[in-house]
Design a protein around this ligand. Structure first.
Ligand code: DON
Length: 590
């Protein structure tokens, strides 16, 4: 007994020291955001922040902020730079979605620059003679390429919402392509990973492999002269530098060489669409995210609505009780995705019905808290009919409070592996995001039906979820992720970690994630979800397996008063959070 008391005293003394040494300074007014008890800390900074999956591109964006550019200028500069430094996902041959919050107008705009099916595409494009879906065709052939939207999207954002000339924001990308840069370990790893696909196409092999067909190694320089020339045409002529003239000719020549469908009319007819974001309310926050043709925003809000009815915090982070509810919400949202989501320009997507709080309450009531519902028992719901491996995300925030959350992609790493000879860039294989045949899953195991059938000039359904969270009308968090079908669930968990579990964005990023998508009826769990928890989930009836690869790679920024905090996701090394004005926290108060 006496011994025990002595030990307690020792711990009390240590606790007191900790309180005096760490907690008190954290509570002081000049460092309001650093919680010294946290295990991980984001990068702090002033004057704005850029976070992307590739360090050189983040630095390009931050430099544009320093030169007086706004968040859109920096985002466009980062987008073009990633097309050079992260060729597996950064792109001008793909498409994506950009969410822009304009502080002065207090307006949030969703820019849709998703690829469009060529006019010659048709619903049976990927069926073989016996009517079976041919994955080889929808993923690796030139038929898999949708009309690229990236250049139109970035140029549109720049011209409408940027402050600097287009030439200024493309200049750093041109320089990186022309002078080259040292190949990092993650880049050389990804070249090795995609070597066979790249080797199959003479242009791609010339651009990204050595003459003997081996992958370029760490430390070698990657110089991309053809890409630099294409970027110069865009810098000089805007979107016309891509959709007409020499670049368009080179794309059409490549299509006829490789057997693709895109012609001059498809390129000239590509259109960017500004859409109203999907808005949700989750506890004391407002959520703005991507509307169809992405499913991201709708299902993010649908899942948040279902989960809002429970006190998640009291269950404990990543406890079995908490994860069970998460899985059941995911299962139901992805079931709805398979039926209702598609390109809103072609299909009636019941967005308001799917994000309705009463609909979520009905789904929540159907969730048993003591057992898993097999997916075979979960059909897409009937919302109230009240109305007719590689992507990359980056987030940018400027000192005036403008925010950009952007996700864009070639679909797979290096798309279909087909580069446009003479133009220096790779083509997407986004057509695989359509439903090639009802009931046949796409590369991410996602099911789709009529709403996502192929039609000429239609946009394939996406999961990209660039998102901005607001509190009392002010943006507090920008985030998004790659990861195919796992994008929506990665973004969901990042938000829950911040809102329900009060984590800073570094902790919220590092915390292990799970994923469920209705079918296959399996929970993917990252290492770090404890074996005890997995055992409890199994006892509830869930089939749980270790995630075959990391779930998402979020790139996030939060803002607490004047201090920005950035966090790249180290599930893929090589990213960086770069503030416009760095803070040396070893010497200064941020
Ligand atoms: O739009 C989509 O949902 C997919 N094409 C995204 C692909 C993706 O995230 C691959 N990445 N890791």
């Amino acid at each position: 007994m006496i011994v025990r008391q002595r030990v307690d005293w020792k711990y009390t003394a240590i606790l007191l020291l900790l309180l005096l040494g760490f907690v008190f300074p954290a509570a002081a007014e000049d460092v309001p955001f650093i919680q010294f008890g946290d295990r991980f800390h984001p990068v702090p900074g002033h004057g704005g922040m850029v976070v992307s999956q590739e360090a050189l591109a983040s630095r390009v964006g931050a430099e544009i902020l320093r030169q007086g550019g706004n968040a859109v200028d920096a985002a466009v500069a980062t987008g073009f730079a990633l097309a050079v430094t992260l060729p597996q996902a950064g792109n001008i041959g793909g498409g994506g979605f950009m969410l822009v919050h304009l502080a002065e107008r207090n307006e949030t705009i969703a820019i849709d620059y998703r690829e469009m099916a060529p006019a010659k595409a048709h619903r049976n494009l990927f069926l073989d003679e016996s009517g079976n879906a041919d994955a080889e065709k929808s993923r690796y052939s030139a038929l898999a390429t949708g009309v690229p939207g990236t250049v139109a999207g970035l140029v549109h954002a720049q011209e409408k919402y940027g402050k600097l000339p287009l030439r200024t924001v493309i200049a750093p990308a041109i320089k990186l392509a022309e002078n080259g840069f040292e190949i990092s370990y993650p880049l050389s790893f990804s070249f090795r990973y995609a070597r066979d696909r790249l080797a199959a196409n003479p242009a791609a092999s010339g651009y990204f492999l050595n003459a003997d067909g081996t992958a370029k190694a760490v430390g070698e320089r990657l110089v991309q002269r053809d890409l630099a020339a294409t970027l110069k045409r865009i810098a000089n002529q805007g979107a016309d530098g891509f959709y007409s003239g020499k670049t368009a000719d080179l794309i059409v020549i490549q299509m006829s060489k490789s057997g693709g469908l895109i012609d001059h009319d498809d390129l000239a007819g590509y259109r960017v669409v500004e859409r109203t974001p999907v808005w949700g309310r989750y506890r004391n926050y407002q959520v703005a995210s991507m509307p169809p043709p992405s499913s991201g925003g709708v299902h993010l809000v649908e899942m948040l609505n279902i989960l809002e009815g429970w006190d998640l915090e009291s269950m404990g982070h990543n406890s079995a009780d908490y994860l069970h509810r998460l899985i059941e919400a995911m299962r139901r949202a992805y079931a709805d995705r398979s039926k209702y989501l598609g390109d809103p320009d072609f299909e009636t997507v019941p967005v308001q019905a799917l994000i309705d709080k009463d609909y979520a309450a009905r789904l929540r009531e159907g969730i048993a808290t003591d057992r898993a519902t097999p997916s075979s028992e979960v059909a897409p719901g009937l919302p109230v009919p009240e109305e007719s491996p590689q992507t990359t995300h980056y987030s940018v925030w400027d000192a005036d409070g403008n925010v950009v959350s952007n996700t864009y992609t070639l679909n797979f790493s290096y798309g279909n592996g087909i580069a446009v000879a003479g133009a220096g860039f790779l083509l997407n294989n986004e057509m695989d995001d359509f439903s090639a045949k009802p009931g046949v899953p796409n590369a991410f195991g996602l099911l789709g039906g009529e709403a996502n059938a192929i039609e000429p000039r239609k946009r394939p359904l996406s999961s990209m979820t660039p998102t901005i969270l607001f509190k009392d009308g002010d943006p507090v968090l920008a985030t998004g992720s790659p990861g195919g079908s796992r994008i929506i669930t990665a973004v969901l968990q990042l938000i829950l970690n911040v809102v329900d579990f009060q984590m800073n964005i570094a902790e919220a990023t590092a915390a292990p994630r799970i994923h469920h998508q209705w079918y296959p009826d399996t929970v993917d769990a990252e290492p770090g979800i404890s074996p005890d928890t997995v055992a409890r989930l199994k006892a509830l009836g869930h089939e749980v397996k270790t995630a075959p690869w990391a779930i998402g790679r979020t790139q996030s920024i939060s803002r607490d008063q004047s201090v920005f905090q950035g966090m790249t996701d180290y599930r893929w090394p090589g990213g960086e959070a770069v503030p416009a004005e760095g803070v040396n926290i070893l010497q200064n108060n941020p």
